[in-house]
Design a protein around this ligand. Structure first.
Ligand code: TRP
Ligand code: ZN
Length: 850
């Protein structure tokens, strides 16, 4: 049994006792014995509250330490060292030894298939050398690398180099979490960008030989991001080089290290033959996200890790704006809203609920969550809606001017908005402090031409116990006449009190409200709504998000009724609504594809649970399958017509227009494969010249239990392509029949290419099982056991990824007693394991509950 890990609290923040004026690091790289020499100039912080000299360090072998040239004997303590130091500025010099080859946690300096690379956010730098590893200590870095590998990279601009060594200098003061180093037999794919003030920047994407042809799209996305940040936020790049490296072993998507972004290769490498439209879109947005961090995160950084949303929420908001500009704004808005509705609301309702700015944590890696990232972005969207676009631009510019080169807080961020607008944002601050999803109850009245809306807000208690006071909620509302025409265009109602009345005058008749347009706030609207009203909104609303929402809620109700009651086929109004929406040629195909898409089975479970009932994953799966069949039967001609009309001809292009048409055709194909025995999917699989269509067809075949031959063909064609094989692994587990899902996952763990230490592959096999809820929740508990076994195997090697995987258990309280007992037993088994990581101990403990 592991000791209960101790949380740290936001309220305990103390400024650093010492600041750093500059850092010199020298690396002599060796897989088993890398030497890291550091020379760090410290000076007492005038704002210090104590003068203890403490440097973080983990798993380091200290070889020597000197202060101002004289040997010292530091005291090694829990998590680092302390030492007697002078009362004035001094130079610390130390040498440590580390073994990157043995570092499988993928934090600190590690190796991935013969190349060296680093991951320092959040607290990985302390595995490289002794240092004040906290984001409020910023310094310029000079780095020397010695290695027999041909390419050696670090942050900033290149300095001198010779055979077997090179130097890098980063003039911009940065916290240690942005440090990066790479060395390997890599090749560059170069490009060039000229900033608007005329600075020429050398761009490079560094990959393994052979992967060069897969970098073009990412480079174009990078240049588009650089241009966009100049045009929209007035922010220019600030170094002579910008390097991106693709690595196969990586815990997350990518990392914004100053001037040297490191990417999971899945978010860089793409070709039409190997990547789907979704992969291309994802690459574009992750490239943009990491690039945008150069200002939101790097130039202006976080005072402490409680402020994580300061950089992540804002950077996600910026990458969402970018994608909206590059592609379709309404479609992007629906996709982002859908993620909040499906996943962030679920986090709020369960044991892992926490505010956008948490007040305590045990392991910060556990707080890189959808709440911090995506709800953090929603909060900024609300702020922009409340103050208006012009004031938003002015406030962000002020924030950059004021805090450039500093480590700041959410209070500093909001102060810029208060200063520009004169508005008091103390109530708005509750969005950062209170966990949970506010609910807004709607009551209506119509009398003598006046339509009255009473909005009443309340927030259910959340697992973290954070306070629940009325929040500032921007509710975007439009009104439709009974004939379907819009009679009042979108207006933002600002709900600040517990309950407020809003009036609309001079109406001819009682209108139909379209509430929370564009998903203007991350809240739940509580209003009794008939199927007829939903059909009306689906047909007539001018707001795409609300049209989509009307269809989704109706689909959820339908599947819930089918799963709970057996039978009850979908209402005709729903089928006709879908038919009309799908065949409406005035609308963007990408939008129509979204309208046709069924919510995930997990969302049906959430829907049933929210209605106070106990979801049965097996019944949900059967109901969702039956609904697909009903839709296919009813809309067969329409869907077949769509596939003919919108088939994309000519060479593959990953742009939004073509991708939207493929999405619509493949949504149609998914339905049609329910009634044609897979004939159309098989034909598409055999003739496809791009991964989007090939994989869509393969998925259809697997889902109807006809995938074996195609899976075998796919495997033999792509056996040497890791990223494509990840898709092949994941599809069989998440898309196969539920009653064999555990056996399939288990069999695939025996596959010679199942390397569980590589996170992408672990997630593709083990991590894909919860994506097959009826399989994962097998009533005999075999899914839970399999999953927990693998978390326990991964934990000692890679705690970050194991802990993240454990969130699949977070919904356990919604299921029946039998399943709850089985999951509780697995959580207890995890918690009782010897040497459990702090990461997994915190997560399993929070999920299990007190
Ligand atoms: N800051 C990174 C981003 O959002 C993500 C990140 C945080 C990360 N911690 C990580 C990536 C650990 C890899 C490993 O862009
Ligand atoms: Zn980020």
């Amino acid at each position: 049994m592991t000791d209960t890990p101790q949380p740290i609290h936001l309220r305990d923040y103390r400024p650093p006792a010492f600041l750093v004026d500059d850092v010199y690091l020298s690396f002599d790289l060796d897989p088993k014995a890398t030497r890291v020499a550091s020379r760090i100039r410290f000076r007492p912080n005038p704002d210090r509250l104590d003068d203890r000299f403490f440097l973080h360090g983990e798993g380091l072998r200290l070889l020597s330490a000197r202060i101002d040239g004289l040997p010292v004997e530091p005291e090694i303590v829990e998590g680092g060292l302390t030492c007697e130091v002078p009362a004035v500025a001094f130079t610390w010099a130390a040498e440590v030894e580390i073994a990157p080859e043995d570092n499988l946690s993928l934090e600190g300096l590690y190796m991935s298939r013969g190349m060296y690379c680093t991951q320092c956010e959040a607290e990985g730098f302390r595995k490289i050398t002794y240092y004040p590893d906290r984001p409020d200590v910023l310094a310029p870095f000079t780095v020397r690398i010695e290695s027999d590998l041909p390419v050696q990279l670090s942050n900033g601009n290149p300095g001198e180099s010779g055979t077997g060594w090179s130097e890098w200098h980063d003039p911009w003061p940065k916290p240690a979490y942005l440090f990066a180093l790479v060395a390997g037999a890599l090749v560059p794919v170069p490009d060039r960008f000229t900033t608007r003030s005329g600075r020429k920047v050398d761009l490079n994407i560094w990959v393994r030989p052979g992967d060069e042809p897969k970098c073009g799209f990412a480079l174009e996305a990078l240049k588009a991001s650089m241009r966009w940040d100049e045009e929209v936020y007035g922010r220019e790049y600030d170094l002579d080089v910008f390097n991106i490296v693709a690595v196969d072993d990586f815990n997350a998507g990518a990392m914004e290290n100053k001037g040297l972004n490191i990417f999971n290769s899945a978010y860089v490498l793409a070709s039409p033959e190997t990547a789907t439209d979704k992969d291309f879109e994802r690459i574009e947005s992750v490239i943009a996200h990491e690039y945008f961090h150069n200002w939101t995160g790097n130039r202006v950084t976080c005072r402490d890790w409680f402020q994580l949303c300061l950089k992540e929420g804002l950077t996600v908001f910026r990458d969402q704006q970018f994608t909206a500009d590059m592609r379709s704004a309404p479609v992007k808005r629906i996709e982002d809203a859908a993620a909040i509705l499906a996943h962030q609301f679920r986090e709020d309702q369960g044991p892992l609920a926490h505010p956008v700015r948490p007040e305590s944590f045990v392991e910060i890696n556990n707080f890189y969550t959808i709440t911090v990232y995506e709800k953090g972005a929603e909060v900024i969207g609300m702020l922009r809606r409340l103050v208006g676009d012009a004031a938003y631009d002015e406030a962000v510019a002020l924030y950059f001017d004021r805090h450039d080169g500093r480590a700041v807080t959410i209070e500093d961020w909001l102060a810029a908005f208060e200063d520009v607008t004169g508005r008091d944002l103390s109530q708005f601050m509750r969005w950062y402090r209170q966990a949970g999803t506010p609910r807004v109850r709607v009551e209506e009245d119509f009398d003598d031409g006046t339509y009255m809306l009473r909005l009443t807000q309340h927030s259910p208690a959340t697992a973290d116990g954070s306070p629940k006071e009325p929040q500032v909620i921007p509710v975007a509302v439009g009104l439709l006449g009974q004939d379907g025409r819009e009679v009042v265009p979108t207006r933002i109602l600002e709900l600040t009190e517990a309950s407020q009345v809003f009036e609309f005058h001079d109406l001819d008749a009682r209108p139909v409200p379209s509430l929370l347009r564009e998903f203007s706030a991350p809240v739940v609207i509580e209003r009794p709504e008939s199927a007829a009203e939903r059909a009306f909104l689906l047909a007539h609303d001018t707001d795409p998000f609300n049209r989509w929402r009307a269809a989704q809620v109706e689909l959820k109700d339908t599947v819930a009724a089918m799963a709970m009651g057996g039978g009850a086929p979908p209402r005709n109004a729903l089928l006709e609504g879908l038919r009309a929406a799908a065949s409406d040629e005035t609308q963007d195909p990408a939008f129509r594809a979204l309208l046709l898409s069924l919510p995930a089975e997990e969302e049906f479970a959430q829907h049933i649970h929210s209605a106070g009932q106990t979801p049965d994953p097996t019944a949900i799966h059967a109901a969702a399958e039956a609904l697909r069949g009903h839709v296919a039967e009813a809309l067969a001609d329409t869907l077949a017509g769509i596939r003919e009309r919108h088939a994309v001809t000519g060479p593959y292009r990953p742009d939004a227009a073509d991708a939207g048409r493929r999405a619509l055709c493949n949504a149609a194909l998914a339905y049609l494969s329910r009634i044609d025995g897979g004939a159309a999917a098989r034909a598409q699989f055999d003739s496809a010249d791009n991964m989007t269509n090939s994989f869509a067809a393969l998925s259809c075949l697997v889902r109807i239990g006809q995938g074996d031959a195609a899976l075998a063909a796919f495997e033999s064609r792509w056996t040497d392509d890791r990223l494509v094989m990840d898709k092949w692994f994941a599809l069989q587990v998440s898309g196969g029949a539920p009653d064999t899902a555990v056996a399939t996952a288990s069999r695939l763990t025996e596959h010679p290419d199942f390397d569980w230490r590589t996170p992408n592959r672990f997630r593709a096999v083990v991590g894909a099982l919860p994506g097959n809820p009826a399989g994962f929740h097998a009533p005999d508990g075999s899914g839970y056991r399999f999953y927990a076994d693998w978390l326990l195997r991964l934990d000692p090697v890679n705690p970050m990824t194991a802990a993240r995987g454990s969130t699949a258990f977070a919904t356990w309280r919604r299921y029946d007693d039998g399943r709850q007992a089985l999951i509780a037993a697995e959580l207890d088994r995890i918690l009782a394991a010897d040497g459990l990581s702090r990461d997994l101990a915190e997560m399993a403990g929070r999920i299990r509950g007190g």
